[in-house]
Design a protein around this ligand. Structure first.
Ligand code: NAG
Length: 382
């Protein structure tokens, strides 16, 4: 078994994992209680597949561009990461009177609409007169005007939610925008004249709808040729115990320097590990990088599991969990005759974050993003 340890802590979103259980500035205050009955709400969400992976190398490049060094530096002045890969996780979200398909992103925090369907302000809309602008790591962009309006997700109503009405956007196909579940710090610099903008989770909490800023995420793993199911569940304000078994293993999060840390991100498709670990993985499993695809490859299905140690607990993936299902080769544009890895080379630390637990890890475990207590948790799926 190849074992990769990522320290005692994981970083989520843009947040980087700290090796010590230490809170980052502005990210560690424990707040008690809401103003009304605590409640936990579960929202179905679904996968949207572009139809065919146009280029796996482009997918790899876009995944990694979210966390390149220049992107991380840009974040200090307030730009957020984001992406719209071939595989998007989408939740139907009502803004004013319209329902939009928004990319569920734990790696960014600003919510905006208008990429495909334009927003039409109704009677509950307020134009704040402020500009919003975000440039994502993969060079996709969105900009326009900030509005506040009533937002409904999964039956939960949020009054006065700030969001961007995009008059321009590029790099987003098949989704109307982003619903940002990252920490509020990541909204810095995205809206003119304010330091940060309250996120959807912030407002659900401050309006007493949820009692803790916890997001639970469950994906049912894909098998066979299916890759666009409604098979996800977001739980706002807590976790859904029917979706996991045993206890949750926690790791602290931080927004400090990303180097040597891991990122947990619903907006990244694959799993990326540092080059040295990737090379050990290939050697131990008898694999090679397929240069056409840019993915690890084997002539026979590997026989050992791959384990990540998080918070002292091993989270392993079986060979069929860490390889592309053969029934999906046509969608991925892959030739048959080989097995291809979903664990890819993340590069070196010098280029930015090189350790990312993306969708292909998250589809196999229940994950919990806890901004109240600055931690990320994982559990075995139910
Ligand atoms: C609406 O939210 C904005 C921040 O997004 C805040 O500045 C404003 O005070 C809020 N208005 C009301 C009426 O709550």
């Amino acid at each position: 078994m190849v074992r990769l340890t990522c320290g005692s802590a994981l970083l989520f979103l843009v947040c980087v994992v700290s090796a010590r259980p230490q809170c980052a500035k502005g990210f560690c205050m424990v707040t008690e209680g809401g103003t009304s009955t605590p409640a936990v709400h579960s929202v179905p969400f679904y996968k949207k597949f572009s139809g065919k992976v146009k280029s796996i190398k482009t997918l790899l490049a876009r995944d990694l561009a979210r966390y390149k060094v220049d992107t991380v530096a840009a974040r200090a002045v307030g730009e957020a990461p984001g992406t719209n890969n071939d595989f998007s996780y989408v939740a139907a979200t009502k803004v004013g009177t319209q329902t939009f398909e928004l990319l569920v992103d734990t790696g960014s925090s600003l919510t905006w609409v208008g990429a495909e369907t334009r927003y039409t302000p109704g009677s509950t809309a307020v134009n704040t007169g402020k500009r919003f602008s975000v440039i994502y790591g993969d060079e996709s962009t969105a900009s326009g005007t900030e509005y506040t309006d009533t937002v409904v997700i999964g039956g939960l109503t949020i009054r006065n939610q700030s969001f961007g009405d995009a008059t321009r956007s590029s790099g987003f196909n098949g989704v109307d925008g982003i619903i940002g579940f990252g920490p509020v710090d990541l909204t810095q610099g995205t809206v003119s004249g304010v330091t940060t903008v309250p996120t959807v989770m912030n407002n659900l909490f401050s309006q007493g709808t949820i009692s803790t800023q916890v997001l639970g995420i469950s994906f049912a793993p894909e098998s066979g040729s299916d890759n666009d199911d409604t098979n996800g569940e977001l739980t706002l304000g807590g976790t859904d115990p029917t979706k996991y078994s045993g206890s949750i293993t926690w790791a602290p999060t931080t927004t400090a320097s990303p180097y040597n840390r891991a990122v947990v991100d619903t907006g990244t498709t694959l799993i990326y590990i540092p080059t040295a670990a990737y090379n050990s993985f290939l050697t131990a499993s008898g694999g090679h990088t397929d240069h056409a695809a840019g993915l690890a490859s084997w002539t026979a299905l590997p026989t050992h599991n791959f384990a990540f140690t998080i918070g002292g607990v091993s989270f392993s993936l079986t060979p069929s969990q860490f390889t592309v299902p053969t029934a999906q080769y046509a969608d991925w544009g892959l030739p048959s005759g080989k097995f291809y890895g979903l664990i890819a080379n993340g590069g070196t630390v010098a280029a930015g974050v090189n350790f990312i637990l993306g969708q292909k890890f998250l589809e196999n475990y229940y994950s919990v993003f806890d901004t109240t207590d600055s931690r990320v948790g994982f559990a075995t799926g139910a």
